[in-house]
Design a protein around this ligand. Structure first.
Ligand SMILES: NC(=O)c1ccc[n+]([C@@H]2O[C@H](COP(=O)([O-])OP(=O)(O)OC[C@H]3O[C@@H](n4cnc5c(N)ncnc54)[C@H](OP(=O)(O)O)[C@@H]3O)[C@@H](O)[C@H]2O)c1
Length: 288
């Protein structure tokens, strides 16, 4: 199908759009579908399969996409399947779609946390699998997603997968699957680190006499502003930090306390613990 569609503010997008089937219509699938539609993708070639009627009605009502309860029927005649179910449902879902998928050999884009490409490819009769690890802010279109594909997957298919994940934020590629555990530790768990920082800044400000609501607002907007500066200037965080730290000043006093407490070392250990836990959870899942 060739579709010419008008996206608000984006001008005319002319793109070849084949059928996309989402298996699982939960939070992530809804964000991805919403992101694609907002970017001007036509609703007609998008199909979502979910066992829950309320979920299907919501998707149809909000985005005008086709929905169904039958996974095997949803993936029929498609060249892109997005696997968006919970890790514990992967085995059952793969059983349901294996016959169809191994016959038509679509690209399978899996956003299922902790399940390896080899595992999914094997369950589906050796098809191309690309794995993506989005994070929670993807639900607002501000996600950070890492993608991984095995060497045999074509560039055209990589681009196709990336286009889908681009709909909910920034995307990067990693070149070994083991790095997905590190991605999980950095950007997957990452929002929690920043929430903790906001929480601590609020607490510290309020302990020193600021109204808690004011301290919270200042902390949130400061996090937002700092992230925007890092993104929009493209300058290194080291340079940005140095630019706001004059010697003998207030920022320098705070940073000295943090460095004395070995905050870098603590952070390195924290992220390493998350990566190790990610690998461990993946092994537990594979052994089930
Ligand atoms: N949300 C995030 O921030 C995030 C971040 C990174 C990775 N992920 C990964 O993305 C995947 C989806 O996450 P999510 O947040 O979208 O989860 P979710 O909201 O629970 O969505 C999963 C959906 O799939 C449905 N489902 C369950 N069994 C099914 C079946 N047999 N056939 C078809 N659909 C089925 C679920 O229905 P029921 O409600 O009936 O179970 C639910 O609607 C997970 O593997 C998660 O690890 C999510």
């Amino acid at each position: 199908v060739t579709a010419d569609t008008q996206a608000p503010g984006d001008g005319v997008i002319s793109t070849r759009v084949g059928k996309i089937a989402f298996v699982g219509g939960g939070n992530m699938a809804q964000s991805l579908v919403g992101g694609l539609i907002r970017r001007g993708w036509p609703a007609r070639p998008i199909v979502v399969a979910d066992p829950v009627a309320a979920q299907r009605e919501k998707l149809a009502r909000l985005f005008g996409v086709r929905t169904m309860a039958d996974n095997a029927r949803a993936v029929d005649d498609t060249d892109l399947v997005v696997l968006a179910v919970k890790p514990q449902d992967v085995a059952a879902v793969c059983d349901q779609i294996r016959d169809t998928v191994s016959r038509i050999r679509p690209l399978v884009l899996s956003i299922v946390a902790g399940v390896g490409t080899t595992d999914i490819a094997t369950r589906l009769g050796g098809v191309d699998v690309i794995r993506a690890m989005p994070n929670r802010p993807a639900l607002l279109g501000s996600g950070a997603t890492a993608l991984y594909a095995t060497a045999s997957v074509s560039d055209v298919r990589r681009t196709r997968a990336q286009e889908v994940m681009d709909a909910v934020g920034t995307t990067v590629w990693v070149d070994t699957e083991a790095q997905m555990d590190v991605v999980t530790a950095v950007s997957g768990s990452g929002p929690a680190y920043f929430f903790l920082l906001i929480e601590m800044l609020e607490e510290a400000g309020s302990a020193l006499g600021l109204d808690a609501a004011i301290a919270r607002r200042l902390a949130i907007e400061t996090a937002h502003g700092a992230a925007r500066m890092a993104r929009e200037t493209g300058a290194s965080p080291v340079l940005l930090r140095e630019q706001v730290t004059s010697s003998g000043g207030t920022t320098a006093a705070a940073l000295a306390v943090l460095e004395d407490a070995r905050v870098r070392d603590i952070f390195r250990r924290a992220v390493a613990a998350a990566a190790a836990r990610s690998a461990e959870l993946a092994r537990e899942l594979a052994d089930r």
